[in-house]
Design a protein around this ligand. Structure first.
Ligand SMILES: *[C@@H]1O[C@H](CO)[C@@H](O)[C@H](O)[C@H]1NC(C)=O
Ligand SMILES: *[C@@H]1O[C@H](CO)[C@@H](O)[C@H](O)[C@H]1NC(C)=O
Ligand SMILES: *[C@@H]1O[C@H](CO)[C@@H](O)[C@H](O)[C@H]1NC(C)=O
Ligand SMILES: *[C@@H]1O[C@H](CO)[C@@H](O)[C@H](O)[C@H]1NC(C)=O
Ligand SMILES: *[C@@H]1O[C@H](CO)[C@@H](O)[C@H](O)[C@H]1NC(C)=O
Ligand SMILES: *[C@@H]1O[C@H](CO)[C@@H](O)[C@H](O)[C@H]1NC(C)=O
Length: 667
């Protein structure tokens, strides 16, 4: 007897465990096909014998609804103050639409819906999709959220743009966001959808793809949306579809849903299949007759396609896996077309890192500058690209924006904004005509560059050290604003380098003393280079070869400063047309930034405050170290003739982020 009871007990325990494990929770369920499913359905909705949920057939002006039978509590208590928000949720389903007429198309569409009741009584067919009617469309009291899959366009009203679009609807059919689907939805093929709502960040994503294609990484729609104001506590989830004069059969093949989590993956292999689409005038004899020429045609097409692919493959870049997920990657073909095949006539600059071409993007007509970098080795490119992906997000009005990149074999191409007016050194140092860049413009340029550096050093999400600030890296736009280019490039050389050798990248005269000793670029070495830039702009002279008897511009300005004749160094081309206080301040600030001791150099934020006159310049820290500088310079170059270095200056770039005269290596 005792044994019997025990066995029964054990059996019961197992039985309940089995039931528990097998039953679906109301807020986490999956239907791989709907055979025997318990749904709340009305209108034309039926479950077909093979397990398809059919919302409508091809009859005009009908509505079908199908909802999960029990309501779901969509809200979660967020914290102790009783504020509640809509929980995150995700749903995934596979649908198929078969239009009554393949040529004309069908209608009207269907929607995934979250609604306070499962009947949606009083709703209209055709373009109301069985969700709303003329009287309540757009009423906030509806408390309905829907994602519509609409196969009738502008004629349907509600600001729909496209006869094959997906839209996000809140309380009405005027979608808050819509996007044309990337495939034809009413083609009788199964299409998979993912709808994901993030309740914390209040964001919704809708992604779709044909069932036999992997999920795309980018959602079709990705929109901020706070559903807390739309939904109420207890909601039904499901589908609604309708037809009008144009009609389609709307089918759902499988569906999963989960509150506060990722919906289970639908098993494609378990899904019922859609009915075959009947093409008009279909008959067996026709088919047989058509078969013979069709076979030849297919063979010919396949052969042609194969040849085309092979040719294309030879032209195309070979992508490595990691390259596929980079939003800033350009197609090689586009850049090839943009630059007319990297034609010599399109070259707008040649510099230390490569050649710069002007280009026009074929798709958008946008003007770009493409820098082709001769890199030789593949090493380090991946890290560099990771960095570009991040630098590509830098946005500041005084930066030349890096739009993207492209890698093909050993070529690395960088794509930048096209800046029409050329580089600052062209205006200051190279042009031989009588053009004079006014002091007002010069001051505006150095102030702009300071604010760009402040952004890179302190105001962006990570510290970016530019490493190559100099007049030829500053481009002037149509309004003669200075824009700093070429950041990050020096890093490529770092990454690609053998780690045992240090390697200084920079430009003679702009390299801080500690940089040439340690090879380590910091924000302080950028400030040093900015100081040199200030002197170059004020004096209109190159940083090395200023006047006979001085090895560097810094050396010369320092000496004049000590002799109380600092205004003697001012660019004579300005012809005394400048604000004396500003000029004096810029010269002293140049010296302050060029301090031998990195710790004594101001930060870019302080530099901005000095330039804006918010703070007065300190009196000490300016040019106390001229002797050290000149000794240091001699220690690097000894008695080397500076001629070579200097003459190479004059072939500077006319445009594009080009480095000329890059000084690499050192001792
Ligand atoms: C289509 O659905 C309507 C409404 O449920 C129904 O009356 C009609 O018989 C169906 N037609 C076919 C061909 O199944
Ligand atoms: C279907 O689900 C509803 C709600 O959960 C329930 O009341 C009803 O009994 C179920 N019907 C069947 C046949 O299981
Ligand atoms: C609760 O959440 C609300 C909204 O998110 C917030 O404003 C409030 O400060 C939070 N209260 C507590 C006690 O965390
Ligand atoms: C939160 O809700 C509980 C029960 O619903 C109530 O007793 C309490 O006063 C509420 N607290 C606040 C801060 O509203
Ligand atoms: C929505 O898509 C964006 C972009 O792909 C992604 O960053 C975000 O995490 C997604 N949100 C949800 C809730 O899936
Ligand atoms: C939702 O999920 C998160 C993470 O899985 C969990 O920490 C949280 O407690 C869940 N919230 C509710 C209301 O279940």
């Amino acid at each position: 007897m005792k044994i019997m009871v025990s066995i029964t007990l054990v059996f019961l325990v197992f039985f309940f465990a089995y039931v528990e494990g097998n039953s679906q929770k109301d807020d986490d369920f999956i239907f791989n096909g709907f055979k025997g499913a318990n749904l709340s359905m009305d209108g034309s909705s039926i479950i077909t014998p093979n397990g398809l949920l059919q919302l409508t057939n091809q009859t005009g002006y009908i509505i079908g609804h199908a909802f999960y039978p029990s309501p779901i509590n969509m809200f979660i208590e967020q914290n102790s103050s009783n504020t509640s928000t809509v929980s995150s949720f995700s749903t995934s389903f596979v649908f198929g639409i078969i239009p009554s007429d393949l040529k004309q198309g069908g209608g009207h569409g269907f929607a995934f819906a979250i609604s306070p009741d499962s009947k949606l009584s009083g709703s209209s067919s055709s373009h109301f999709l069985g969700l709303f009617n003329d009287a309540n469309n757009g009423n906030p009291m509806n408390h309905v959220f829907a994602v519509e899959f609409d196969t009738v366009g502008a004629a349907g009203g509600f600001g729909d743009h496209d006869s094959n679009h997906v839209g996000i609807d809140v309380n009405g059919l005027n979608s808050i966001a819509q996007e044309p689907a990337t495939m034809t939805m009413e083609n009788g093929e199964p299409i998979k959808v993912w709808i994901e709502y993030d309740g914390v960040h209040k964001h919704i994503n809708v992604t779709l793809s044909p069932l036999d294609v992997p999920r795309p990484s980018k959602p079709l729609l990705s929109e901020p949306l706070d559903l807390s104001k739309t939904l109420i506590d207890s909601m039904y989830v499901g589908f609604s579809a309708s037809t009008a004069k144009l009609a389609s059969s709307h089918y759902i093949l499988g569906w999963s849903f989960r509150l506060n989590g990722t919906a289970k993956e639908i098993e494609s292999s378990l899904l019922p299949s859609l009915p075959q689409v009947k093409s008009p005038g279909d008959s067996k004899r026709h088919a047989a007759l058509a078969l013979i020429p069709a076979t030849f045609l297919v063979i010919a097409v396949v052969a042609l396609w194969y040849m085309y692919r092979m040719r294309k493959k030879r032209q195309e870049e070979s992508l490595e896996d990691w390259e596929l997920d980079c939003p800033h990657r350009f197609g090689y073909k586009d850049l090839h077309i943009a630059t007319k095949g990297f034609k010599a006539s399109e070259v707008i600059g040649i510099g230390g890192f490569g050649t710069v071409y002007k280009g026009v993007l074929p798709k958008t007509g946008e003007q770009i500058a493409v820098k082709r970098i001769l890199h030789g080795s593949r090493q380090g490119v991946r890290e560099f690209v990771a960095e570009i992906e991040s630098l590509g997000r830098l946005r500041h009005k005084n930066l030349v924006h890096l739009l993207g990149w492209c890698k093909r074999n050993e070529d690395l191409l960088l794509v930048y904004d096209f800046i029409p007016n050329g580089s600052l050194d062209l205006f200051l140092l190279i042009r031989q005509d009588n053009f004079v860049l006014s002091w007002e413009k010069r001051f505006k340029i150095v102030r702009g560059i300071a604010s760009a550096l402040l952004y890179l050093h302190q105001d962006w999400e990570q510290v970016v050290v530019h490493r190559d600030i100099k007049a030829s890296n500053i481009l002037l736009d149509v309004d003669m604003n200075g824009r700093l280019g070429d950041f990050g490039l020096a890093r490529l050389y770092d990454h690609g380098e053998n780690p045992r050798t240090t390697h200084v990248v920079g430009t003679l005269g702009y390299i801080a003393p500690e940089l040439s000793r340690t090879g380590k670029a910091t924000v302080r070495t950028d400030v040093f280079a900015y100081g040199t830039l200030l002197l170059v702009v004020a004096c209109g002279k190159r940083p090395v070869d200023p006047v006979v008897g001085h090895s560097t511009l810094l050396d010369w300005v320092t000496e004049c400063y000590h002799a109380d004749r600092v205004m003697d160094v001012v660019d004579p081309k300005l012809n005394s047309a400048y604000v004396i206080e500003e000029m004096e301040m810029v010269l002293k600030l140049g010296l302050l930034c060029s301090n031998w001791n990195p710790e004594s150099r101001p930060s870019m934020r302080q530099v901005m405050r000095f330039l804006d006159g918010d703070d007065p310049l300190p009196t000490d820290g300016i040019a106390t170290d001229a002797y050290l500088h000149s000794q240091h310079f001699k220690s690097i170059f000894g008695d080397v003739e500076l001629k070579n270095v200097i003459t190479s200056h004059s072939q500077s770039s006319s445009i594009g982020p080009v480095s000329t005269n890059s000084f690499e290596g050192g001792r």
